[in-house]
Design a protein around this ligand. Structure first.
Ligand code: ADP
Length: 398
């Protein structure tokens, strides 16, 4: 090669290296910017309800409040708590996805039950916003059984419906599914603000809440769609959307489902059991090492006239069950120092196979419900426990 040609090649390579360096620098800066915006948004999402809760609780201590003011402040505290919890759920979910700790747990899921329960749950919110909400399920109940991960499917649909409600001020929302070519295809359609063309590429990214001003106005961690996408992909499917600004959006996802099962002994597991009103006062052992959690359960049970016994460790729980044959039911915390709730349940089962033991499992612990049943528990409740669920559970096992 001539000297001139060598010089041209060297200059070309230098330019190529420089371009690569510039591109890498821009990418690093963009990633930095997105991370800072993500942190700013997260801190906003955590601080806002965190300020609301103690703030309104202190207002509730004011002596001259009207009943209406009290109700309003209590409702704000409740909403703030729910919002905070939802952000914490999102952060835990995305961390577990990133760490590769999420596994698909398949069971028989009735598509009509799962979509019907969500429809019923969000109907009130749609109504309050003046939105029409409709559901279209294409298969009869007995044919709508698929083998999939119930929690993941529930979480994807919840995220999409919540977004449709959040980003739609007037018009309607349609939820539905159909089944074709071995795929179940779900859709959530809204007549909301739509998604601007320059955002379409990034809305499934984790850091899309980078647009702090935007998400601030609408509230939200900005993680919902990235979690949904990760779940859909773990289920072997795909998620996509069509959208027109100021007209609306349709979010679709499909999951492979080569076979639909027929079940004649259909059990409506998603339908909450009605709480029985005729319950006699019961003797209930609450195994819980955390004082605040215990006080909460104690307050609910006391209101209903139950007699409550308290054990702070697994070993103490075994002792109570051995000595006191009048105990009707046990609420068993799982995570306790020393012997955990699974071990304690296994021990109790050795001498008392019949007593109902309800595990209280932390919501972040995937697989805990299955472990609880394996250990011999009769049922489980996810923490934070809700009053209605606790009472419904007692009425089922009484
Ligand atoms: P969040 O709603 O908490 O901000 P998501 O990850 O669920 O986070 O959504 C990311 C972004 O996608 C939202 O901030 C919003 O800009 C846009 N988006 C999602 N769903 C819709 C929808 N149905 N209509 C309009 N925009 C939407």
């Amino acid at each position: 090669m001539s000297a001139a040609a060598n010089t041209i090649v060297a200059a070309f390579l230098r330019k190529k290296n420089q371009d690569a360096l510039v591109a890498a620098k821009l990418k690093a800066e963009e990633s930095d910017r997105l991370k800072s915006a993500f942190l700013a948004n997260m801190s906003h999402e955590i601080r806002t309800p965190m300020n609301g809760i103690p703030g309104f609780i202190s207002l509730l201590q004011e002596p001259d409040l009207t009943g209406e003011e009290k109700d309003q402040y209590i409702s704000i505290v409740k909403k703030s708590g729910d919002r905070l919890l939802s952000t914490i759920h999102d952060i835990i979910d995305i961390s577990k996805i990133e760490a590769g700790q999420m596994t698909v747990i398949r069971s028989s899921v009735n598509l009509n039950e799962i979509s019907g329960a969500l429809f019923a749950f969000f109907q009130k919110e749609a109504e309050l916003k003046g939105l029409q909400f409709s559901i279209e399920t294409k298969l009869p109940d007995v044919h709508a059984i698929v083998e999939t991960d119930r929690d993941m499917l529930n979480s994807i649909l919840t995220n999409l419906i919540k977004n449709a409600l959040k980003y739609t001020q007037k018009g309607r929302i349609d939820l539905g599914y159909d089944h074709q070519d071995g795929q179940i295809h779900f859709y959530v359609k809204d007549t909301g603000i739509g998604i601007p063309a320059d955002k379409r590429e990034i809305i499934f990214d984790r850091f899309v809440q980078a647009d702090v001003s935007h998400t601030r106005y609408y509230e939200g961690s900005g993680l919902g769609l990235s979690i949904s996408k990760a779940y859909v992909e773990m289920l072997g499917g795909a998620i996509w959307f069509e959208s027109e600004e100021n007209k609306g959006s349709v979010f679709h996802f499909s999951i492979p489902c080569p076979e639909l099962h027929q079940r004649d002994d259909l059990q409506h597991t998603d339908q909450p059991e009605p709480v029985r009103m005729d319950l006699r006062p019961m003797r209930i052992l609450v195994v819980e090492d955390d004082q605040v959690n215990y006080e909460f359960i104690h307050a609910i049970l006391k209101m209903k006239g139950h007699k409550i016994l308290h054990a702070e460790t697994g070993a103490a729980a075994i002792g109570f069950c051995r000595k006191d044959h009048a105990i009707d039911l046990v609420f068993m915390d799982i995570k306790m120092p020393g012997m955990d709730g699974f071990e304690a349940t296994k021990e109790i089962r050795k001498f008392n196979p019949a007593i109902p033991i309800i595990a209280l499992t932390a919501f972040a612990m995937q697989g805990d419900p299955e472990k609880a049943i394996e250990a011999g528990c009769s049922g489980y409740l996810s923490k934070p426990v809700r009053k209605e669920d606790l009472l419904a559970c007692i009425s089922v096992h009484a």
